[in-house]
Design a protein around this ligand. Structure first.
Ligand code: NAD
Length: 259
């Protein structure tokens, strides 16, 4: 299927590895011009070289922490226009909610709620004026299925989900959509780190911890980052203009509810 976004400008945050890197790959395959961001330059430069040589697309890089106002301003100054925005960054740490201090809650809010909101504020009006825009926020299954150990993530991401639902209708008439993609569990560095930490806590090896988690996924496997990348590329396509304000689970059937 031709996604109809060849030549569109796409900003992909957290693009050095994991899900962000996979989304960049799918958008490059669709012919978009890419602006890759992560905090360090090395990972995004490597990704940029690979994508340029594989797909022949233009790829720019900008290192910086977009959860800070300075990082956000530098991105917007360097790239004032974008047609597609993928909001993605690392998640907050897991742990006992009683152990987290005020700055931990504020850090989670900055990274997983306020940072994405400010990037939307920077780009949405321009998208609406030009009559095309696609925003995808990478959040988490915890938005629909909260877990105590991930309370920081639940709180920040639900804030973003609420803001998206409030904002999306205001730009829908200009062919600008905003959706959230909720992963669980995808085979990335973060997943392996989390399972290593959990295993140590539970007195299990990494392989044992992996087996425990696989047993809870009806699909009996972890998600492939490329599957999430392709889903995001479709949500950014010309064909997805009637999907907005949604939170879309990619979870191999893990979520037990109907809605
Ligand atoms: P990852 O750790 O493998 O990759 C995260 C990427 O974000 C990296 O490129 C990192 O450099 C970048 N990054 C982190 N903080 C940043 C910041 N402040 N500014 C800019 N870039 C930043 O993680 P992943 O598995 O790809 O997960 C991506 C998102 O999806 C995370 O928010 C994670 O919590 C969420 N998620 C993932 C899963 C999963 O199964 N992998 C499940 C639920 C939620």
């Amino acid at each position: 299927m031709d996604l109809g976004i060849s030549g569109r400008k796409a900003i992909v945050c957290g693009a050095s590895r994991g899900l962000g890197r996979a989304i960049a790959e799918s958008l490059a395959e669709a012919g978009t011009e890419l602006i890759l961001n992560a905090r360090g330059l090395e990972g995004i430069e490597k990704a940029a070289d690979e994508l340029r040589s594989r797909y022949g697309v233009k790829v720019h890089t900008l290192a910086g922490d977009l959860t800070t106002q300075d990082g956000c301003n530098r991105l917007v100054t360097a790239f004032p226009e974008a047609d597609i925005l993928i909001n993605n960054a690392g998640g907050p740490p897991a742990g006992d909610w009683r152990d987290f201090e005020r700055e931990d809650w504020q850090g989670a809010a900055d990274r997983n709620m306020i940072g994405p909101i400010f990037l939307m504020r920077a780009y949405l009006d321009g998208m609406a004026e030009r009559g095309f825009g696609r925003v995808v926020n990478i959040t988490s299954i915890v938005v629909k299925m909260p877990k105590e150990i991930l309370a920081l993530s639940v709180a920040a991401r639900l804030g973003l989900t609420g803001a998206v639902k409030a904002i999306a209708p205001s730009v829908a008439g200009s062919n600008v959509t905003i959706n959230n993609v909720l992963p669980e569990l995808f085979n990335t560095d973060r997943l392996r780190q989390n399972l290593t930490t959990l295993g140590a806590k539970n007195g299990r090896s990494l392989d044992e911890e992996i087996a425990v988690h696989l047993a809870e996924i009806p699909a009996a496997r972890f998600g492939l980052p490329a599957e999430l990348g392709a889903t995001c590329a479709f949500l950014c396509s010309q064909h997805a203009g009637f999907i907005t304000g949604q939170s879309i689970l990619l979870d191999g059937g893990s979520y037990p509810g109907i809605f």
